[in-house]
Design a protein around this ligand. Structure first.
Ligand code: TXA
Ligand code: MG
Length: 314
């Protein structure tokens, strides 16, 4: 019987962490919670296991993975961390920040898509940290969704997309942040993907402005899920909608009430944590989605980035 035909085990608590670590060490795929979204984890040193991530997600091979490590020192074992990266790690790790740095050539090419750099993150979720500790390996983990779809913020979301293709999911309840990590690369600190840590906070920690990401070819994103259509529900999405048109479900924010709201009080943290779950819920109704304007400050930049990709032509 192939891995393909089995249902995923649902794991919880301390015993769940131990089982997940055993599975990961044997080369299996295990989804685990982080504070941003659920990751689809594999032993980052095991080339076959990492290839399995691409197969399960239907992820294009040119799109490299984020490697999760327990500490800044563990990141330094895998990559030459520049001074600015150390400053940002001090300020935001564990947390929703991924740093891209030149690797030391010890990881399989599948992880880095053959690049000279690797993306690294110390996640803040207690179960993720316990799992890294119990496994004793760096864990490669993209978001645990089929490629191009909305990222999972609960274990049920993970199973919706990947049951039958993974060995297990470690259930840690709904994730706190709800959006993927912010990605910063070099050689001078450059914003490659807006995410859970606002650019303003990163610039304050650096004491300098971030560079903007260079424009990139559609088949070779220099970072991130930065393909135009991404995070996409099945239904069409219309942005900056003050009112819904006939047949649309209206997703509100702040003063724009909508049929259902990202945050009635206009709180961007609440909106970020609810965004992906609400897109999925509305999608189940099979109706087009109209979304109220969300301000372009703080987490609003990442929320608008994901909305823009969800609305892009496919
Ligand atoms: O919050 C998150 O970042 C979640 C959790 C699970 O940690 N992970 C996540 O992974 O969002 P994923 O694969 O969905 O997005 C990672 C992005 C990819 O779009 C990829 O292009 C970028 O990181 N990336 C990975 N390695 C890179 C590198 N060496 N240079 C530039 N971008 C890189
Ligand atoms: Mg993703």
């Amino acid at each position: 019987m192939t891995q393909d035909m089995r249902r995923a085990e649902r794991l919880e608590g301390e015993a769940g962490v131990a089982r997940a670590a055993t599975l990961l060490r044997s080369g299996a795929l295990v989804s685990f919670p982080t504070e941003t979204v659920y990751g689809l984890g594999a032993d980052a040193r095991n080339s076959d296991a990492v290839q399995g991530i691409f197969a399960a997600k239907g992820r294009p091979h040119f799109n490299p993975l984020i490697v999760h490590v327990p500490s800044f020192d563990a990141a330094g074992d895998l990559a030459e961390m520049p001074d600015w990266a150390e400053v940002l790690a001090q300020a935001f790790w564990p947390g929703a920040l991924t740093l891209v740095a030149p690797h030391r050539g010890t990881l399989p090419d599948a992880v880095t898509a053959g690049r000279a750099t690797v993306a690294l993150r110390v996640p803040a979720h207690p179960l993720a940290l316990q799992l890294l500790d119990a496994t004793g390996r760096p864990l490669a983990a993209p978001s645990a969704n089929p490629s191009g779809r909305v990222s999972p913020t609960t274990a049920d979301h993970v199973l919706d997309g990947l049951d039958g293709k993974i060995a297990a999911v470690l259930d840690g309840g709904p994730t706190q942040v709800g959006l993927e990590s912010t990605i910063i690369g070099g050689p001078t600190p450059t914003l490659l993907r807006p995410g859970g840590v606002p650019a303003e906070a990163i610039e304050a920690a650096l004491g300098a402005p971030l560079a903007a990401a260079p424009p990139q070819a559609a088949n070779a994103p220099s970072a991130p899920g930065q393909l135009a259509s991404h995070y996409a529900p099945n239904a069409p999405v219309r942005l900056n909608a003050l009112h819904a048109a006939e047949g649309e479900v209206h997703l509100g924010f702040g003063p724009v009430a909508g049929d259902v709201t990202l945050s009635a009080s206009g709180d961007l943290h609440e909106a970020a944590s609810r965004l992906f779950a609400l897109l999925r819920e509305i999608d189940r109704l099979g109706k087009p989605i109209a979304v109220a304007p969300v301000p372009m400050v703080g987490l609003g930049v990442a929320i608008n980035d994901r909305l823009k990709r969800a609305a892009a032509p496919r």
